[in-house]
Design a protein around this ligand. Structure first.
Ligand code: SF4
Length: 450
């Protein structure tokens, strides 16, 4: 009998909480699972998504729910963490514990990078490597075990040895993607608090990034930028606003403004269609100029996330980011002048980074004075240039855990103190306090009454 009932699971991220690295408090829909679900529904399959971040089911309950499905797909990495995956995925293995192994397929950044270790540990029938949606659809529609070799982008164990099918090419035509199956998710649950309120969702116009940042994991996207056409993306945004009722949207492209023509046309299109939408995005500081900032502000962009990464040109150069400290000043200043708020990501603990350079990172955050700043410890995720350069051997780590404590030549305790200092110094000032309190007040009302 052909498989008909398909279950997609986004695990509960207890692993992220265990890392004790501060996150903006957020609950975002698993976009890639919603896209795969929409593709499966197009083929007449019956699909359910369990976002266990929302549901919080126990592994036993997940196992029971999974019983009536023919295929079960579980991701180690939601779409919004593809490039910076969680380092402890104990929560992922917990989720799998009671699911029958012969119907189980796993996917995500960790699975892509270490399929053999994860297949052995999980007992899953197949691992989906790289960009997942088309491979998930093929797996949902196929009879296995016979067809595995014919589906590109898979790994599996055959009599104890790992086997792989041909590589899956990245999707070329982004316009061919359906709109995400948000109707299968409890959209009322999602938010980006306190930065944005409810009626929240994430959308993407493009995938890929040509950047060469040595800490960024690109195995799920590839470097070549693939983009929806402006009209197609405007249609999708209009559908999300008018049909799905979204009022707050994060356009989650890795670099939303990398193509100036696209972003100007998109902003103009939002205005022409009268779409009233509070939106944010992430992009590189070098993508910003006056024309872009003005167009984005006019079209409802209220916040931009920038990866500022480090406080000195020496460390920035070492990361391969291709930006300078002065570019960060320019971008943040431009945003402020057009009333766009900013959120900056900064890291500590790069190889060979001196104490005074880390202090320069804190100083830069204070001088730039964005609305939000998030500080993290840099870690070499397997598959990144940073991991390769420091000779990291993932096989030295268990399948569920990535190198939390591989902080090069640094003292971890000192780095943690630096991290705390950064948060204290940044947020214990009148402007950030009022700013965060103001957002909490505004957006908690939005959350209470929606
Ligand atoms: S600019 Fe760098 S950090 Fe940002 S997505 Fe591209 S490679 Fe990753």
């Amino acid at each position: 009998m052909d498989p008909k009932r398909i279950l997609l699971i986004n695990p509960n991220w207890t692993g992220i909480q265990n890392q004790k690295q501060r996150q903006f408090k957020r609950l975002w829909p698993p976009l890639s699972l919603a896209l795969a679900a929409a593709m499966m529904e197009r083929q007449g399959l019956e699909v359910r998504i369990i976002d266990n971040q929302v549901k919080g089911h126990s592994p036993e309950k997940i196992g029971l729910l999974a019983e009536k499905y023919d295929r079960v797909f579980v991701t180690s990495t939601p779409y919004d963490r593809w490039q910076c995956p969680s380092l402890d995925i104990g929560f992922f293995f917990d989720t799998l514990r009671h699911i029958s192994k012969d119907k189980l397929c796993v996917l995500g950044s960790h699975v892509t990078e270490r399929p053999e270790a994860i297949l052995r540990e999980s007992g899953a029938r197949a691992a989906i490597l790289g960009e997942p949606e088309q491979t998930m659809l093929d797996m949902a529609c196929t009879q296995y075990p016979d067809d595995l070799e014919r589906i590109p982008g898979l790994a599996w164990l055959d009599e104890g040895c790992v086997k792989k099918s041909a590589d899956r090419e990245y999707m070329k035509n982004m316009d061919a993607l359906p709109y995400p199956a948000f109707h299968l998710l409890d959209m009322k649950a999602y938010h980006y608090f306190p930065v944005m309120g409810k009626s929240f969702g994430i959308l993407e116009a493009s995938r890929g990034c040509p950047g060469k940042c040595n800490f960024c994991y690109m195995g799920m996207y590839g470097r070549r930028v693939r983009r929806k056409s402006v009209d197609r993306f405007l249609d999708e945004t209009e559908w999300a606003v008018r049909k799905m009722g979204l009022k707050n949207v994060y356009f989650m492209d890795l670099e939303f403004a990398i193509n100036k023509r696209f972003v100007l046309d998109f902003c103009q299109g939002l205005e022409d269609r009268g779409l009233i939408l509070n939106w944010c995005c992430q992009t590189r500081v070098t993508d910003m100029d006056e024309e872009v900032a003005q167009a984005m502000a006019q079209a409802g962009c209220s916040l931009i996330h920038f990866g500022v990464e480090a406080g000195t040109d020496r460390i920035l150069k070492q990361t391969g980011k291709g930006i300078l400290v002065k570019d960060c000043y320019k971008a943040v200043r431009l945003c402020k002048s057009f009333g766009i708020r900013t959120a900056l990501f900064m890291n500590f603990g790069f190889p060979g980074e001196h104490d005074y350079e880390m202090e320069a990172t804190i100083k830069l955050a204070l001088n730039l004075d964005p609305d939000y700043a998030a500080f993290h410890l840099i870690v070499p995720f397997p598959g990144t240039a940073l991991a390769d350069n420091c000779g990291l051997n993932p096989e030295n780590f268990p399948a569920h855990q990535y190198p939390h404590y591989n902080f090069f030549d640094h003292d971890l305790e000192k780095l943690k103190r630096m991290l705390h200092q950064a948060y204290w110094k940044f947020y214990l000032r009148p402007r950030p306090i009022f700013n965060v309190l103001g957002d909490m007040l505004k957006n908690s009302q939005n959350m209470l009454f929606k």
